[in-house]
Design a binder for this molecule. Structure first.
Ligand SMILES: [Zn+2]
Length: 271
């Protein structure tokens, strides 16, 4: 599943091809994504200029003349830059033509979304209630501390709560907690201000490292076969059950928390 770093790398990958360009046509081959793709998208967008390519949480926002195209990659979606009109596969549901090139959405599982919003995108129902961006100056120990007071649920669940901070999915929550040496099941409300600072720093460092790892895939967006925008990374604890901790050598443990797998080092992340 594309996580925040993949979405941000996708944004950087497509930006040079669509920013300040005019959309010359839209082809929708299958409207049945998570929500139906608007049927009149070609009429809305043809001749419209893209003024900015932004990201909010895991939503890509193509700001156009009369509104914003909101794109979510769902579970399996990817955006690639291809030659306009080039042969498409069965999961290539949508093309956004920009002159000779096209932005192509591939989404085998169809949990992604392509929506049009005429007003301020920040007010769209999907975006309106979102918490702060983890890489923005608004995010830090102070915010984490204030937002978790009184919360009995594990700190990992608080970290994955989009109303507090966006884009920290299961992988990065596990990795950040390990870096901060905090046990994932500790009640969020019991974290000291100092530990909240450490955790916020760890979240930022983890995401920055992932962005750096994905940076090497950026040039692939222009290749003929494009790039999925997904990238491989070395994880500290995620998906490493039984493997030795990279710091102390103790076997990494797995448990289930909020129906998701939690990975941690019992020695480095004592309760
Ligand atoms: Zn360890």
């Amino acid at each position: 599943m594309p996580e925040l770093p993949e979405v941000e790398i996708t944004r950087r990958g497509i930006e040079p091809f669509v920013d300040q360009r005019t959309i010359t046509g839209v082809t929708v081959r299958d409207r049945r994504l998570r929500w139906p793709v608007p049927g009149n998208l070609d009429a809305i967008l043809r001749g419209s200029r893209v003024h900015a390519v932004r990201r909010r949480a895991k939503y890509l926002l193509l700001e156009c003349d009369k509104g914003t195209l909101i794109v979510h990659l769902g579970m399996s979606g990817s955006l690639r830059v291809v030659r306009a009109g080039s042969p498409h596969g069965p999961y290539d549901h949508l093309d956004l033509d920009v002159g000779e090139m096209a932005l192509r959405l591939r989404d085998p599982r169809r949990f992604g979304a392509v929506l049009w919003h005429a007003g301020d995108p920040a007010r769209h129902p999907l975006l309106a209630g979102l918490g702060v961006e983890p890489l923005s100056p608004d995010f830090g120990g102070a915010l984490l501390h204030a937002a978790t007071r009184g919360r009995r649920a594990g700190v990992k669940l608080a970290l994955m709560d989009n109303k507090i901070v966006v884009g920290v999915g299961n992988i990065y929550a596990n990795e950040s907690l390990f870096r901060a040496r905090i046990n994932p099941v500790v009640a969020a409300g019991r974290l000291s201000r100092e530990r909240c600072e450490r955790l916020a720093d760890a979240v930022r460092a983890t995401l920055q490292d992932a962005l750096a790892a994905g940076g090497s895939t950026l040039r692939d967006f222009a290749h003929s076969d494009g790039s999925s925008g997904y990238f491989q990374q070395q994880y500290l604890v995620y998906d490493r059950t039984g493997a030795p901790c990279r710091v102390c050598g103790a076997p990494i443990r797995r448990r289930v928390q909020g129906q998701r797998s939690t990975y941690y080092c019992p020695a480095c992340q004592r309760r």
